[in-house]
Ligand binder design. Structure first.
Ligand code: ZN
Length: 117
């Protein structure tokens, strides 16, 4: 298992608010948000997972996990990620990396902090 589970209050209230806001905007049942930081600890940005519909040929970047979208956007500038899952009303739900993302992040030695409930 990759990364550490951390309490929501270990990240700034501003970041928590921004991540939850982003989470609510995801139309999937599973709403995952990921904040990427560089080696200075500066926030690169926040991305969410994207909608996937197996009946429709996915558009570019459709159905991607938040972690992979962050990687696609910022590449090796990323040193750490904060991962959060939210509910529809902005509540924080349990989250863990899937094995695919985990393998990639491990290889790139990106630290992962998963917000625990
Ligand atoms: Zn994944």
């Amino acid at each position: 298992m990759i990364g550490k589970f951390v309490a929501a209050d270990t990240i700034s209230p501003q970041l928590t608010t921004r991540m939850i806001k982003k989470g609510i905007s995801v139309i999937n049942t599973y709403k995952v948000v990921c904040a990427a930081f560089n080696h200075h600890g500066d926030l690169l940005g926040i991305v969410s997972n994207t909608f996937r519909n197996d009946n429709v040929k996915p558009a570019r970047f459709a159905g991607y996990h938040a972690e992979m979208r962050a990687l696609h956007r910022w590449g090796t500038a990323i040193k750490s990620l904060v991962l959060m899952r939210t509910g529809r009303s902005g509540d924080i739900l349990p989250i863990d990396c899937c094995p695919k993302c985990e393998a990639v992040l491990n290889k790139l030695e990106i630290k992962v902090f998963k917000i625990r409930v």
